[in-house]
Design a protein. Sequence first.
Length: 295
Amino acid sequence: MQNITVIGGGTMGNGIAHVFAQNGYQVTLVDVVSAVLDKALATIGKNLDRQIAKGALAEADKAAILQRIHPMTDLKEGVANADLVVEAATENISLKLKIFSDMDQLAPARAVLATNTSSISITKIAAATQRPDKVIGMHFMNPVPVMKLIEVIRGYATTDEVTNQIMGLSRRLGKEPVEVNDYPGFVANRILLPMINEAIYTLYEGVSGVQEIDTVMKLGMAHPMGPLQLADFIGLDVCLAILRVLQEGFGNPKYAPCPLLVNMVTAGKLGVKSGEGFYTYTPGSKDMMVAARFR
Ligand code: NAI
């Protein structure tokens, strides 16, 4: 596998393109919005500068890495020569089914089609193609250049051969892949989201305050960030959507989202991206304060 196509140049797509290009792969980066591609290349440039400043990358390598990334807005041209496609477009099921059915027509028969989805069934995505044996989940973590883990998710029809190929490739990127099966939330979100939901219930029931709950988990469990702050970073709308996937997928009430989370999302309090969640955020600065409602 030498030619990699990444679909979507947003938060995850630019990081995925960065990591492949840094490890010597030719990367075609496709997004429907050309301004996103400009921004993605600028972000990758800035993140490479950060690695250079830390001594993790030689200055001389930066230009070669950037030259290996070829931005494009046309899907047909973008996947024409792909050995592997990693789809990191917006988390929307009908959009992903359309992209996979189109890619199945346009990409070479040998190409493996991977998705970075955090919550959609790999088996469902695979069923939109004529090659479900070559469809797999490759769930990178944010920020991609920094985080070591890749959850490699086998759909119902994914073969051992394709799984082994993707496990090996992930290791060549300097990552630690973990093989998991395709059930709601996979492993990472199945464990993380109930923890976040329980933290929100703990607040909702008045057991303790925002900062106190986060402090218990930071200092008591050595988590780098408390669950409420982490929820703000992930986006409260994204947290709610993943809990709904768990609740529906397992039919088990233990995954029911806390009513406080539902109310906050309805009120447009989505965390960092809206400026307020459990904390309020000052744009362009690292300052944050517990939101007035919880003080
Ligand atoms: P984002 O909103 O930052 O980027 C998505 C990009 O996809 C946008 O630039 C959009 O223009 C593009 N796009 C939409 N339709 C397209 C199409 N038909 N063809 C090409 N590009 C298209 O989203 P983000 O956060 O990067 O998420 C992408 C995927 O990664 C989602 O499936 C999400 O669940 C998953 N993910 C996100 C994580 C995160 O922390 N943000 C963590 C792990 C997975």
